[in-house]
Write a protein of this length. Structure first.
Length: 197
């Protein structure tokens, strides 16, 4: 599997960067108390740290995602990047629920640094992992869903040979490639737009 970013993404979103972690031979079973502890700790820091902003959308790491969503035709008030969605859950007084260890850890990183972070089971990816503009006819079944909900034409998506893996760049992931307790190999992607370096 290769990780491919189409050149048009860099043309439209100047300064975009991505960090990729490949984790192989992992044990994603069980629940780790230490991960729960650091999640609760970072939730408290988010509550105090975001008190200086009128709204989460005013954070310097979230503003560029709102602008990017507008550029590809998605309303950032209706569709929020993954980091803003997590922050909003915490600010509503909700603890981030345990999914599995890898997801819990990348949620921790997302909250700690206000970064968009996502992960997939790399064994379920067909061919290459590609960041591209959608044609609009690619299949997509959202996490926990059963019905096809293809992306809009021009929407930024992660995809593989079989269909869309994540819609609206980092808004909603597909059920097909989700990380589970049985995942042995994972790919974690951290997206950044300026001022994120």
């Amino acid at each position: 599997m290769k990780f491919i970013i189409k050149p048009e993404i860099f043309d439209k979103f100047t300064g975009f960067i991505a960090g990729v972690v490949l984790a192989k031979g992992i044990d994603n079973n069980g629940e780790t108390p230490e991960i729960n502890e650091i999640l609760r700790e970072v939730e408290r820091k988010v509550v105090s740290g975001f008190s200086q902003f009128e709204s989460p959308g005013r954070h310097p790491h979230i503003i560029p995602w709102r602008e990017a969503y507008k550029k590809f035709g998605s309303d950032p008030h209706r569709y929020r990047c993954s980091s803003e969605a997590l922050v909003r859950q915490v600010l509503k007084g909700n603890n981030i629920k345990h999914i599995n260890n890898v997801v819990d850890l990348y949620n921790y990183i997302s909250l700690k640094y206000t970064l968009t972070v996502g992960g997939e089971d790399s064994d379920k990816i067909e061919g290459d992992l590609i960041l591209d503009f959608a044609k609009g006819d690619e299949p997509f079944i959202r996490l926990g869903g059963t019905e096809d909900g293809p992306p809009s034409s021009g929407e930024v998506v992660y995809k593989d040979e079989k269909g869309v893996i994540c819609r609206r760049w980092n808004w909603r992931e597909a059920d097909r490639t989700k990380l589970t307790r049985d995942t042995k190999n994972a790919v974690i992607v951290i997206d950044g737009l300026p001022p994120i370096q």
